[in-house]
Design a protein around this ligand. Structure first.
Ligand SMILES: Nc1nc2c(ncn2[C@@H]2O[C@H](COP(=O)(O)OP(=O)(O)OP(=O)(O)O)[C@@H](O)[C@H]2O)c(=O)[nH]1
Length: 225
């Protein structure tokens, strides 16, 4: 008869199983930690990509000098807003603003001062607009503001307030440069003054040039000509 001698005692077996359990738990913890690290890395990468995309998107629509929207964005927005205005039968006004005698600022104080003056004006524009308005640097010292759901009379009143702000504010934060700066404005409403983007812009531009002719530092509403 063969005797069956256990290789390990019951206590030893329980101990071994306990150790195995601990090792399995430690392995699971390691795997969970690795998973958490890998998820965190992927999240950071995704956030970095999202920030980069957002920064690139902003760069592609903003004017670097003034921080206002650029001309390309304005043209896209104007077309979109015209379509919305047609659909909703709501008024849409366009304000065109041109800094007066800006060449004298550059010639008298230098291009860097001219740039700083443009930034001051852009800041006043930003402070004066509603969230739904879109302000852009159209080119050089010409800015445009698109005012959805706003009839010409109201747009002209708001342009007049902005004109007074610009004429009353120090053009340079440190006082260097010209004592005052002014701007002229033209205001037109869709569809009364132009049935499409080009015609609306032409109407606002004509009003602006009338403001220049009549002595500058004033707001002219299309239709007043
Ligand atoms: N500093 C600076 N100057 C600019 C910029 N873009 C255009 N200009 C200048 O703006 C000036 C525009 O001059 P003009 O078109 O003669 O007009 P103005 O002197 O403002 O005269 P009016 O519009 O008739 O009142 C030119 O001297 C341009 O060089 C810019 O980004 N920075």
């Amino acid at each position: 008869m063969r005797l069956c001698v256990p290789l390990v005692t019951q206590d030893e077996l329980v101990g071994m199983l306990h150790l195995e359990g601990l090792a399995a738990q430690a392995k699971l913890r390691d795997e969970q930690e690795q998973l958490a690290v890998s998820l965190a890395e992927q999240l950071a990468l995704a956030l970095g990509n999202a920030r980069l995309r957002e920064s690139l998107r902003r760069q592609s629509v903003l004017d670097p000098l003034t921080g206002l929207f650029n001309r390309r964005y304005f043209e896209e927005t104007l077309r979109r807003e015209l379509a919305r205005s047609r659909r909703m039968a709501s008024p849409l006004s366009l304000v065109v603003l041109d800094v007066d005698h800006f060449k004298r600022v550059n010639d008298g104080y230098g291009h860097a001062t001219g740039d700083a003056v443009l930034r001051t004006i852009a800041q006043l524009v930003r402070q004066s607009i509603r969230d739904c308005d879109v302000a852009c640097r159209y080119g050089g010292e010409e800015l445009v503001i698109l005012m959805p759901d706003c009839a010409q009379q109201d747009a002209a009143r708001r342009a007049e307030a902005l004109r007074a702000d610009i004429a009353g504010a120090p053009p340079m934060p440190d006082g260097a440069g010209p004592d005052t700066i002014t701007a002229s404005f033209g205001v037109a409403e869709f569809p009364i003054h132009g049935p499409d983007a080009e015609a609306l812009f032409r109407a606002a531009d004509r009003a602006l040039y009338q403001a220049k002719r009549e002595g500058r530092n004033r707001v002219i509403a299309a239709g007043q000509q």
